[in-house]
Design a protein around this ligand. Sequence first.
Ligand code: NDP
Length: 507
Amino acid sequence: MQAGKDARDPGGQPAGSPAGLAAPAGDPGDAGWAYAPAPESREIVTITPEYGLFLDGEFGPAAGGKTFPTVNPATEEPLARVAEAGPADVDRAVAAARAAYERVWGPMPGAERAKYLFRIARILQERSREFAVLESLDNGKPIKESRDVDVPLAAAHFFYHAGWADKLEHAGLGPSPRPVGVAGQVIPWNFPLLMAAWKLAPALAAGNTCVLKPAETTPLTALLLAEVCQQAGLPPGVVNVLTGAGETGAALVAHPGVDKVAFTGSTEVGKQIQRTVAGTGKRLTLELGGKAANVVFDDAPVEAAVEGIVNGIFFNQGHVCCAGSRLLVQESVADAVTGRLRDRLGTLRLGDPLDKNTDIGAINSRPQLDKIRELSDAGEAEGAERWSPPCRLPDRGYWFPPTVFTGVAQSHRIAREEIFGPVLSVLTFRTPEEAVTKANNTAYGLSAGVWTEKGSRILWLAQRLRAGVVWANTYNRFDPASPFGGYRESGFGREGGRHGLAAYLDA
Ligand code: NDP
């Protein structure tokens, strides 16, 4: 143990690690015990200098020849240049998807489609380390999350939906549900591979073809997934991946050849898309932001609740639409809970996303970091009390320490706006009725958590919380069989389960 400690500089920097990375959030050295660095090797992934669009089964440059860089947010190191799709590429992709829908994928029996989905799922498992490392490099998330959450859940989505492909008439959606046609799908940067799987798997199982637009800052795993589609022998045009920026997404959702639009991202862009799609007859599902309440009662087991609070807001650096970003804690236990929470945060390790010990990785982009900083500064200016564990941030890359605000009022911006970062706002309540009122005092309605030992109270609350998902004595649990989605400014439509299939079928 001592040797491990000696290998660090006073700031907790492991010897030989990339400059400025892998500093612990707290200082485990103080406890006389320190982690040795455990970096996952990058060797498993081959990153090429340039990536093309995946269109009609082939990779190729954008018609206009434009490219943009994608960087590692932990180091600001450029990883590759990626083709930027313009309107001509959107045309080609939609035409390829239409042809594949009419000639191959739409008429194909469900049992045959299922084989491709099973194959994709299995290849995802076989290449899981490659995907996990690439996701952590491009996104900044800790390898233990990409390895243990993102990639296995993406494979699970393909397995689950493969099982539906030949049973659609038994999904309770009518005797002979038909695919909708060509799906235009736009996804964000917080779970790049997983969101691609959430979009593609149900669409393909139901017999639709897809044009997917990944986020500008995280295109690489979607392109590797395109390679997996090739490897699985998926017929050309069934899945097309158009990399690019917001304009590419806007051109895709506006394209007249698209029958169904599925979007995950900010509420602001969701509203723009809704305006674009209005009156066109296109089907639309929107999975947007959130400001979830994680409600802790005085009878909750404190240790478990603290783990749930940490998981709720610090998982994936808080870049989670359903993050438990508002902690509502019963007043009588507020000090005890926040005290334990501070102790726990002192043990979190922030740093190199590829280190297997890392709990908190990098913020995905400079603009996102600026947004988190701005909202956190607003929290302080409006009178909330800000706290972070002792934490040396790496010199390069985009970093923000785990942060807790206490004394938060419902009117504060940090209680109302989605921060999408590792920032928790703590509010208190006295009665269950007050908890419900405060939890529902938000424009959003995506998720919520309840911590109590009373089953009856869980049911009472779940009936009253206006959120698409309510977790009881757990948080951030995802399963492909369980529908996910929101109300109000969190959007509409469900993804996952039987309900998610409905979005891709004409019943
Ligand atoms: P956006 O909503 O801008 O991005 C989501 C996706 O939509 C990306 O692929 C983006 O492309 C694309 N896009 C952007 N503009 C348009 C448009 N006009 N038409 C069609 N597609 C478009 O989210 P941001 O990345 O800008 O994040 C901003 C904030 O949104 C975050 O701080 C967070 O609060 C929230 N957010 C919520 C998410 C959620 O899951 N609920 C996910 C991501 C963000 P490109 O990346 O190239 O701009």
